[in-house]
Design a protein around this ligand. Sequence first.
Ligand code: GUN
Length: 290
Amino acid sequence: MVAIIDGRALARSLSDDTARAVAAFRDRHAVVPCLAVVLVGEDAASTVYVARKVAETARVGMISVEHRLDAGTSQPDLLALIAALNADPQVHGILVQLPLPPQIDPGRVLDAIDPAKDVDGFHPVNVGRLSTGTGGLVPCTPLGCLELLDTVIADYRGLDAVVIGKSNIVGKPVAMMLLERECTVTVTHIATRGLADIVRSADIVVAAAGSPRLVRGAWIKPGAVVIDVGITRVVDADGRARLVGDVAFDEIGHARAATPVPGGVGPMTIACLLANTVRAAHLSLAAPHG
Ligand code: GUN
């Protein structure tokens, strides 16, 4: 029987740890960790995510400052806001919600964020630090995936890991983290041939393709650990909407452990964002800004 890895419970416990760390930081330094969240436009999913992030920062005792900008905001105006947030010593973390409207180049925006305040871990300096194993802030969803894996895997050395999806937000950083733990890592993508056979060899499967029920039960090696990052909203024949992962969860009873959708990776992302913001607050003491 597959053990279900409960992301909601783990996220709660991680957020409780963060709340304690926030209180300790406040008591010690008389400063409350602060996250600035920037949303450009009114993308429906982004609006929901940002509202959740802001609500959770408050729940752990942090300050959040929301900057909601018009969909027509110019790139220079957004870069000016980021420069101001970089220079503000009271702001410890900066998150610019993606996607951005077409007139704005996301690369230019991510490059402009101070790497020490980059709680998403998307700045090239942090990407480089992750790929060289030299610290830095690590992207939240990959961090959540590893926290979930850590609950069932004690020793990663030599395990075969397959990461499905090569995105900068999930696939590539997860692969780097598994490589750092000395897994043998294969990253697959849309052009990969023979995906089923590649997945069949894996002790660890991280599915982050955004393709509902792409990974079938017959692809999963008995005893494998499966992390499902996919979360797609589908509407059933009876008109009811539900969230579906990348893995056919009902077919993987022979796996050792797996995350459900919803209630797996999703809740961990925000919990890791909060943890990263406390880390950034500590970094601000090491290298003060302003
Ligand atoms: N859009 C989708 N996922 C993310 C994320 O992790 N961070 C940001 N900033 N935007 C996103």
